[in-house]
Design a protein around this ligand. Structure first.
Ligand code: UDX
Length: 458
């Protein structure tokens, strides 16, 4: 039978909470801790502080297996696995702020129980941080000799590959599970943790159905540094894949080709694969930008250059200029024009606006004297709080931001934007021009509704 584990998770942010809910659903005994008392109180009331589809339902199903506390001590003394999933926001110089990781590590050291505990870094930390965390735990535990600590505690890497908006499916039905540690026992404990979901027969509740045709989940057990690098390398590959299709798209546009057809033709080659080949305004979000920069920075410490990753970044951030260029081409003058922006989140099904192309684009247009009115179905509240001095006006509906505008730019491919009352919207605009930044809309439908239609790479 399944050997259930006692788990403590530091941090009830995005990664911590979704991981905690999934592990508790599997039957493990999970305690999520956070220093934010208001957050813990709201979680105890069954309310999640983040927006993620199906999270509330999964938390409810997890029931008594999922507990919340501001005090890590009681749960920690019995924990077999501890996840560190606290925030590592970028500082002004681009490096992640590791203060929260540091205090979590010290707290673990102080309260460590007598059994064997595997500490897993889920926070995105620079490569090599595993050893640093181990030394902090040793120091706080009063264990002078790190070799003594290693009998009780071991730091492992178990990178997550979850995407916001489909985090629960990504955790419960992953393409692979990666665990890495210098200690074989630690890898075994982590394998046990994931054992249920590795089986082909595993299914989560009805609202998270198993993807069709999905086989058993492979487990990659390796050393600490390799596991840490797998995460960075995978993200760098995906960044590069998107930037490559965008680079080809810019040429396609000039020679009269269609990037969506090119992507389809390329993606059917099994060696390439069709996913992450959508051309458009490029990637944003809390991971790709930060992780690719961190990879380059780490390599630099070893005197290694990463020209491919650097180029992927350069291409990605240049895509955001395309909006200014294309609108200038059409409108000639941006000063005094009103541009409606559809979508603030960096991608659909999330309220996350970190490194979102929309914000950058809005800023670039504002710098040129344009007026911006923006809408988002989910991220609007968050955006209007965080950006209330930005000069962006926020509209309650897509129709409201279209009214009186000289152009609309679709920056996030939210499903609800597919079938807006386009005919009516075109009539209320000063100039019915739309730039589909995600190659998401039906061109014929928009043209039929009276729009001049622009897209990217076509
Ligand atoms: C990503 C990784 O996918 C995940 O494995 C990792 O753990 C964290 O970072 P996330 O940032 O949540 O996840 O979003 P993802 O779905 O990967 O999208 C990232 C960005 O790329 C979005 O802005 C999206 O719009 C863009 N994108 C994605 C494209 O521009 N084209 C594509 O073909 C795919």
């Amino acid at each position: 039978g399944l050997k259930l584990l006692k788990i403590v998770i530091y941090g009830t942010g995005y990664v911590g909470l979704t991981t905690g809910a999934a592990m508790a659903f599997l039957g493990h005994e999970v305690t999520c801790v956070d220093i934010d008392e208001a957050k813990i109180a709201s979680l105890r009331g069954g309310k999640s502080p983040i927006y993620e589809p199906r999270l509330d339902e999964l938390m409810e199903l997890a029931g008594g297996n999922l507990r919340f506390s501001v005090d890590p001590a009681p749960a920690l003394s019995e924990a077999e696995v501890v996840f560190v999933a606290v925030g590592t926001p970028p500082m002004a110089d681009g490096n992640p702020d590791l203060t929260a990781v540091q205090s979590a590590a010290s707290s673990i050291g102080r309260h460590l129980g007598l059994g064997f505990t595997v500490v897993v870094n889920k926070s995105t930390v620079p490569i090599g941080s595993g050893h640093w965390v181990e030394s902090l735990i040793a120091e706080a535990s009063g264990e002078g000799d790190i070799r003594n600590l290693r009998n009780r505690c071991c730091v492992a890497s178990n990178p997550e590959f979850l995407r916001e908006g489909s985090a629960l499916c990504d955790i419960l039905y992953p393409d692979r599970v990666v665990v890495g540690s210098e200690n074989p026992t630690a890898n075994e404990v982590l394998a046990r943790l994931y054992e249920p979901i590795l089986q082909q027969s595993f299914t989560a509740p009805w609202f998270l159905p198993r993807p069709e045709g999905m086989g058993a989940v492979p487990l990659v057990a390796t050393d600490l540094a390799s596991a840490e690098l797998i995460k960075y390398a995978s993200n760098a590959f995906l960044c590069t894949k998107i930037s490559l299709i965008n680079e080809i798209g810019n040429l396609a546009e000039k020679v009269g080709a269609d990037i969506t057809h090119i992507a389809r033709g390329m993606g059917l080659d099994a060696r390439i694969g069709g996913r992450f080949l959508q051309a458009g305004l490029g990637w944003g979000g809390s991971c790709f930008g930060k992780d690719s920069a961190a990879l380059i920075a780490t390599a630099k410490e070893y005197d290694i250059r990463m020209p491919i990753v650097e180029a992927a970044r350069e291409v990605n951030y240049a895509q955001r200029d395309l909006v200014v260029t294309k609108l200038l081409n059409e409108l000639k003058i941006l000063k005094g024009r009103t541009v409606g922006i559809l979508g603030l989140a960096f991608k659909p099904n999330t309220d996350d606006i970190r490194d979102a192309p929309a914000l950058d684009i809005a800023q670039r247009l504002i710098d040129r004297g344009a007026r911006i009115q923006a809408h988002d179905p989910i991220a609007l509240d968050r955006a209007s709080c965080q950006l209330n001095h930005s000069g962006i006006r926020f509209g309650p509906t897509a129709e409201a931001v279209a009214a009186g505008a000289d152009a609309l730019v679709l920056t996030t491919d939210w499903a609800m934007y597919r079938d807006l009352p386009w005919k009516r919207m075109a009539k209320t605009m000063a100039n019915p021009l739309i730039l589909d930044g995600r190659n998401f809309l039906d061109q014929a439908q928009l043209v039929n509704a009276g729009f001049r239609f622009l897209s990217i790479g076509r």
